[in-house]
Design a protein around this ligand. Structure first.
Ligand SMILES: Cc1cc2nc3c(=O)[nH]c(=O)nc-3n(C[C@H](O)[C@H](O)[C@H](O)COP(=O)(O)O)c2cc1C
Length: 275
């Protein structure tokens, strides 16, 4: 990345509260944190570790992936638990595999509703983690392309510069994109869409080794082993975490079996977002 502004002796403290299903978003957050010089950022998995105490931080980042052209339901559930802030500075960030939709705009809206002042936002095109897309040959393994990576780096530089101004006590200008304002008017997808698309899940009992990976990683606590995985469809949101992470590819649906799993960031992405 190109050079950044001076580091303040009194470095600002920041926290990035993220939700990452298969690691792309986490990797991108690590990249942001390691390329920002004016803020010392800590990464916090808000879904796993719950809402942190935000008092010690000057700036908060909210990051997630696109889940049916919106932020995942879970990030909303956790954001709602944050106590109302008095204009604490925030930025929003998301990764997406194909169509970003309203993700960033909605995330920013939710943060504003909790009293944050959203100073910046960015959406990064990454490889797909949605198995039906990968199985259909649209894994977008090449994403982000050179232009998208440059735009990401520019976002980080701008954010760093703004944080530098913050550290020096100067006012920062908050830009609102016209496209974002228009996207805000688009209606929200039903939260049951993803679950219905995935449908009923089955277990290949011959392949399942009862390792509990699905149970441990299900963010909605919808799986219990008895002794093979049993799915509570009232809790399931169709996030494909069980399908993506099963080391034995034992979980399948009516349409997809043994294909399109994305358990962790692929090497191409890791190489582009080296920290
Ligand atoms: C259930 C599910 C739904 C998704 N929906 C979308 C979508 O609507 N648009 C899109 O561009 N990508 C979508 N994706 C792809 C992810 O947003 C993308 O691959 C992201 O980088 C994954 O981040 P993560 O590895 O941090 O979970 C979806 C992925 C999953 C698992």
């Amino acid at each position: 990345m190109a050079g950044t502004d001076t580091v303040h002796s009194d470095t600002l403290k920041g926290i990035i509260c993220y939700y990452s299903g298969s690691g792309n978003t986490r990797l991108a957050c690590q990249y942001i944190a390691s390329n920002i010089k004016n803020v010392e950022f800590k990464l916090h998995n808000i879904v796993k570790e719950g809402v942190p105490d935000l008092a010690p931080y000057d700036i908060v980042g909210f990051a997630c992936f696109t889940d049916f052209i919106e932020p995942p339901y879970l990030i909303q559930a956790h954001l709602h638990k944050i106590k109302r802030q008095d204009d604490k500075l925030a930025f929003v960030f998301n990764t997406y595999g194909f169509i970003n939709g309203k993700t960033r705009v909605t995330l920013a809206k939710w943060a504003r509703e909790r009293g944050f002042k959203v100073m910046a936002g960015h959406s990064l095109h990454t490889p797909e983690s949605y198995p039906p897309m990968i199985a259909g040959g649209r894994g977008n393994e090449q994403a982000p392309n050179e232009k998208e990576l440059k735009a990401f780096n520019r976002f980080i530089e701008d954010l760093d510069r703004s944080c530098g101004l913050l550290g020096s006590g100067k006012n920062i200008r908050i830009k609102t994109r016209v496209a974002d304002m228009l996207l805000g008017l688009v209606p929200v997808f039903s939260r049951t869409r993803s679950k219905n698309e995935m449908g009923i899940k089955y277990v290949d009992t011959g392949l399942c080794k009862e390792c509990r990976t699905c149970e441990k990683l299900c963010p909605y606590e919808a799986i219990k082993l008895a002794p093979k995985p049993v799915f509570d469809m009232n809790r399931c949101y169709g996030c494909w975490s069980c399908y993506n992470h099963c080391p034995n590819k034992a979980i399948y649906t009516k349409k997809y079996r043994g294909a399109g799993q994305y358990p962790k960031p692929i090497e191409q992405l890791k190489n582009k977002l080296k920290v």
